[in-house]
Design a binder for this molecule. Structure first.
Ligand code: ARG
Ligand code: ZN
Length: 422
């Protein structure tokens, strides 16, 4: 071997990532279980620092001795964080260590790859591609899909909604569904697209969707937080909030699901602009929340059902989340989500928790579901789609199909269940 080649080989070996030496080469996601109250404090401390991103629960204040915490740790902090955990005897495991790969994978097939034709709804899409699809859909299927602009985001991006309505001479009530309140929950916009495509494709083919559309109009907002969604594609995959700037802080963004007028900014939300659950300056201070609230206020006579789609953790929730008080029709709502969860278990062998938000996860005031319910929409739900933490927000595109199919089954079950009553 010539000395030159030898040198090159040596150099390239030197460049091999040091995975085998125990040094992480990618950002990691840790699953952590605090047991003592000291460990809870330590964990709250770690997760409050700006270097890590808390995946579950949504805010450090929700961490208790029983919480399974999912924490995204950038490669530069993995050693400090894991050392700190070990020093304090906190048990943890690494659930993801190929995060970079997963993120890149999620963005694939985004372009007009001819091989991917027909797989559009089994891929994730950039904001621009989603906008284009919304427009195209309203043009190609103008007999049942209409584009409505309901407002604009903080950075002045359009909030496009699709109204699905079949003209059969019946005057109809309506169902509202929004997706993508939280930027990093990519499966959520994917589900809105999945649903619209399903409705258009299977109207007059599948009896469930036919009955649904024959009796109800559907207002679908595929991306409620376009600025945040865009930001997760370009800059920070883990972003949750919108991208509004506040006067008194350098921190960006408010949590749109804490910005509605339902026990606004009480326990479970934060007044600090740097926090992930920052409630905003006042109820509906954020243009995205305001646009949705305005639309629903002006359609409150017809909108009977409200759905907000999130991920992850596999839950079917209903009001209240802003108080432990029970909703007036609690039992009715419980029966609906119970049936939906049972059907998911039977048909897809997957487990969804169900119940009121406050009882099932945590107190979280200012949410859109509670606000819609208080407005007078008696059937109001938040879905938390797949998974339960295996991939979390980085759910691979090949799992979109199952995640959306089971969510669609839940949606059908609930809408058809309500249709029997009203
Ligand atoms: N994970 C969601 C959140 O933190 C839960 C939403 C449940 N509903 C609610 N109004 N908080 O926003
Ligand atoms: Zn969410």
């Amino acid at each position: 071997m010539s000395p030159f080649i030898f040198l090159v080989l040596l150099m390239s070996f030197d460049n091999i990532p040091e995975k085998c030496h125990g040094n992480p080469i990618h950002d990691q996601v840790l699953s952590i279980k605090p047991i003592t109250s000291e460990q809870v404090d330590i964990l709250r401390n770690i997760t409050s620092s700006n270097e890590t991103v808390l995946w579950q629960p949504a805010s450090p204040s929700y961490i208790t001795e029983k919480t399974e915490v999912h924490l995204y740790v950038p490669v530069s902090s993995v050693k400090t964080v894991t050392d700190q955990l070990r020093e304090n005897g906190v048990t943890y495991s690494v659930v993801l260590e190929d995060t970079q790969e997963l993120i890149e994978d999620q963005k694939k097939n985004n372009s007009a790859n001819p091989r991917m034709k027909g797989m559009f709804f089994e891929s994730y899409h950039s904001l621009e591609d989603i906008y284009h699809w919304i427009n195209k859909t309203s043009q190609e299927y103008s007999h049942m899909a209409t584009l409505i602009l309901i407002g604009s985001s903080y950075e002045k991006r359009p909030l496009y909604m699709l109204k699905l309505s079949v003209q059969n001479g019946v005057s109809k009530n309506a169902v509202w569904m929004d997706c993508g309140i939280h930027a990093r929950e990519w499966i959520s916009p994917a589900f809105c697209l999945w649903f619209v495509n399903y409705a258009i494709t299977f109207y007059n083919v599948n009896s469930d969707i036919t009955a649904m559309l024959n009796n109800m109009d559907f207002y679908i907002l595929p991306v409620m937080n376009p600025d945040g969604y865009k930001y997760t594609w370009t800059t920070n995959r883990m972003w949750r909030k919108n991208r509004s700037r506040s006067k008194d802080s350098d921190c960006v963004g408010a949590d749109l699901n804490r910005n509605f007028d339902a026990n606004w900014c009480t326990q479970g939300a934060s007044k600090r602009p740097c926090d992930e659950t920052y409630c905003g300056a006042y109820p509906e201070s954020e243009p995205e929340a305001q646009a949705v609230a305005q639309f629903l206020r002006s359609h409150r006579d017809t909108v009977k059902m409200y759905f907000s789609i999130h991920s992850y953790s596999q839950m079917l929730l209903f009001p209240y989340s802003c108080t432990y008080d029970r909703a007036e029709n609690h039992d009715e709502l419980l029966a609906l989500v119970k049936k939906a969860a049972e059907r998911i278990r039977i048909y897809y062998r997957n487990v969804y928790k169900f119940g009121s938000g406050a009882e099932t996860i945590y107190l979280a005031p200012g949410g859109s579901d509670d606000w819609a319910y208080k407005l007078g929409i008696p059937y109001s739900f938040t879905f938390e789609l797949q998974d339960r933490g295996r991939y979390g927000f980085l759910l691979p595109a090949k799992l979109i199909s199952k995640a959306c199919s089971e969510a669609l089954l839940a949606l059908k079950t609930i809408v058809l269940g309500v249709l029997e009553k009203i």
